[in-house]
Design a protein around this ligand. Structure first.
Ligand code: IPE
Ligand code: IPE
Ligand code: MG
Length: 252
């Protein structure tokens, strides 16, 4: 039985998020410059997106460039922006063929104008695709996002749209850049690092975390299947006791 066949399709996470990490180390292992690792990470993006869509995962979010990544050497930042531009333009046919909608979250205003323009074009061209939403987190960080939410909330209160005592979790959720998707149930990080690096801090409150030593350019379909199988072995209790969870299962 293949790894794919072992997956229970009735218990798939509807939203998987991935911190794609390890491109630089992969390049170093191959005696190459860091950008070689980024370029080779594209195959992994394609594999993960196609595998998730084929299974029936509705949302896949990839952390591609963080707010903090702007602090990398200029040549690397430029190469990443160039690669992003090239990839989104190249992949539009594949996205449409696979019925995948492209979406982006983050401080998109801070991207080079050319990137923003082409990103918008590909998002428009794939807007009606319904099998899966592939979200790229670009110039994204959770603290940036939370500050944005705080500003919008302050505006709403200032203009009388909302009273301070009315602020609740739903108000915040509606203002997050992920307001139109469910929270990720499974968060994968490659490269063996066990940290979140400012990614979706609000949204991963109850996500199952999965860390793998595989470096991102080596990530293939089977790595995604392994993460999903691991997820399916976990008991998600949301603060309740194991007995409560088991009783609900018996009643179903
Ligand atoms: C992830 O790989 C890609 C981005 C953050 C853009 P890295 O470039 O962080 O690779 P390592 O962590 O240095 O190996
Ligand atoms: C996290 O990777 C950001 C992305 C994958 C885009 P980093 O490589 O930037 O994270 P740190 O700096 O090691 O925590
Ligand atoms: Mg890294």
């Amino acid at each position: 039985m293949s790894l794919k066949e072992k997956i229970d399709l009735d218990r798939l996470p509807s939203h998987i998020a991935i911190i794609m990490d390890g491109n630089g180390r992969w390049a170093k292992q191959h005696g190459q410059l860091r950008v070689f690792g980024h370029r080779n990470g594209i195959t992994a993006v394609r594999e993960a997106a196609e595998a998730a869509a084929e299974l029936g995962v509705k949302y896949l979010t990839l952390y591609a460039f963080s707010t903090e990544n702007w602090n990398r050497p200029r040549v690397e930042v430029n190469a990443l922006m160039q690669l992003l531009l090239q990839t989104i333009n190249q992949e539009v046919t594949t996205l449409n063929k696979n019925n995948i909608r492209l979406h982006a979250i983050g401080d998109l205003e801070s991207l080079p104008p050319r990137n923003r323009k082409h990103l918008q074009k590909v998002m428009d061209e794939t807007a009606n695709n319904s099998r899966m939403t592939l979200t790229l987190a670009l110039s994204y960080s959770s603290r940036w996002e939370i500050v944005e939410v705080a500003r919008k909330l302050a505006d709403q209160i200032h203009s009388g749209q909302c009273k301070p005592e009315e602020v609740n979790q739903q108000c915040i959720e509606k203002l997050l850049s992920t307001h139109d998707m469910p929270d990720p149930e499974l968060l994968i990080r490659t490269s063996g690092e066990m940290r979140i690096s400012n990614f979706m801090l609000w949204q991963i409150a109850y996500a199952e975390l999965y860390f793998t030593p595989t470096l991102w350019p080596d990530f293939r379909r089977d790595d995604l299947y392994k993460a999903i199988l691991d997820f399916q072995c976990r008991e998600r209790r949301f603060g309740k006791t194991s007995e409560q969870i088991q009783n609900v299962k018996k009643q179903e």
